[in-house]
Ligand binder design. Structure first.
Ligand code: PLP
Length: 409
């Protein structure tokens, strides 16, 4: 039987060396996981081992180290592609992360196709990186970016979505999970409805890949963007999955080495997938580290992990419900373990600073989702976001610290 109780979060916590430290003299309670997760020793050691034993440039090398680096890099691609169930490794493009992946699709897929009057539907809760690239493509083509309205519980208004979806919709681009509020959107339903209307769908998986099973084939999604650093991997590396025929129909992203087949001053031809979109020396150590993160996640019972994270959320919501002056922002029926909130009489930044002094790390502000904040008529929130290594003791310490914060307000 899978249950939260069968997940040993304390043992997992011990895998993450950074969490053992104290801050301001207090044991660290790290609740800023939606911004970036910590890295297990397995990932840190894989990166270290890469630089100690393997480092060389990939592809084309005539020596042993070049072979080793190429093998490590392509093994990492296969691991990451397998993690999201991509049908082939070459449909997984290594990028710097979600932001670069979305920009790639906006510039190479959308921009050449968009016509004046075409529409791109985006989420009213979207992270700026899933708004601005579309605005840039729209500005260049005369297309329009249209937000899907958000309900009072921070869910997408699916009736409004149905009404907005129409013959002008070329693309639907939305997050699987809202970083600002934690809402899990019904992406399978959205994808099938968008496809029925003839639109292509990009899912921003930045906040889902570490917490939910994301299977690109089961979802039948056209593009999936994600970041390594939010799934226990290094910064500076992430992925873009694309449907093969779409990727193959797209012009290259950046020009340079790696992405060509032949170059002459008369005519240059481009490489096939995935290299066509990977100009320049890639972040080899990052890819190796991300591969190690996938291996780490594979060694974990994912259902038990999800049940554990749900139990942390339930625990936090119970304590929040008993706390006067705690205003929860975002009450979606389905959400990951993210608590976005305000405390009566306390500016989010002050609350964040007072929590930090007690060893509790949270994020405050608009969370790169200003339209989402505008929807709720607030400039920002305090956000506590949980990961697999957080414990019920962390939840207790967080609320003990919050109660103390309230005495200062
Ligand atoms: N999309 C969502 C939902 C996010 O939460 C984030 C980061 O917080 C991003 C996109 C951007 O990710 P990155 O900065 O790793 O490119």
């Amino acid at each position: 039987m899978t249950s939260a109780a069968s997940f040993d979060a304390a043992a997992r916590r011990a895998d993450f060396p950074l969490l053992a430290q104290t801050v301001h003299g207090q044991p660290l309670v790290y609740l800023d996981n939606a911004a970036t997760t910590q890295k297990p020793l397995a990932v840190i050691e894989a990166v270290e081992d890469y630089y100690k034993r393997i480092n060389s440039n990939v592809h084309r090398g005539a020596h042993l180290l070049a072979d080793r680096a190429t093998t490590a890099f392509e093994e990492a691609r296969a691991l990451v592609a397998g993690y999201i169930n991509s049908p082939t490794p070459e449909q997984l493009i290594f990028t710097r992360g979600t932001t670069e992946s979305i920009n790639l699709v906006a510039q190479c897929y959308a921009r050449p196709r968009l016509q004046p009057g075409d529409e791109i539907l985006v989420s009213g809760l979207a992270h700026h990186s899933n708004i601005v690239p579309w605005q840039m493509a729209a500005e260049a083509t005369g297309a329009r970016v249209v937000p899907i309205p958000v309900t009072a519980t921070a869910e997408l208004d699916m009736d409004a979505f149905g009404q907005l979806l129409g013959p002008r919709t070329r693309l639907v681009a939305l997050e699987h999970v809202s970083n600002a509020m934690g809402s899990i959107h019904p992406v399978a339903d959205i994808i099938s409805r968008a496809h029925a209307a003839g639109a292509v769908v990009l899912i921003d998986g930045a906040q889902s890949v570490a917490h939910l099973e994301v299977d690109v084939q089961a979802l039948d999604v056209d593009f999936l963007a994600f970041s390594g650093h939010k799934m226990y991997g290094p910064t500076g590396i992430g992925g873009l999955f694309g449907r093969r025929e779409l990727l193959e129909s797209m012009p290259p992203w950046q020009g340079g080495g790696e992405m060509i087949e032949t170059v002459s001053f008369e005519r240059t031809t481009y490489a096939g997938l995935p290299y066509r979109f990977e100009a320049g020396t890639p972040h080899i150590a990052g890819a190796v580290g991300l591969g190690a993160a996938v291996r780490y996640l594979r060694g974990i019972d994912r259902k038990a992990m999800a049940a554990h994270e749900d139990a942390l959320l339930a625990h936090a919501l119970e304590l929040a419900g008993a706390m006067p002056g705690f205003r929860l922002v975002g009450r979606a029926a389905h959400k990951v373990a993210v608590l976005s909130f305000l405390l009566d009489g306390g500016h989010p930044h002050d609350v964040g600073t007072l929590l930090d002094r007690q060893g509790v790390a949270v994020r405050t502000g608009h969370h790169c989702a200003q339209p989402a904040m505008a929807r709720f008529g607030i400039p920002g929130t305090v956000r506590a976001s949980f990961a697999l290594y957080n414990t019920h003791e962390d939840v207790e310490r967080f609320f003990t610290a919050l109660r103390k914060v309230q005495t200062f307000l």
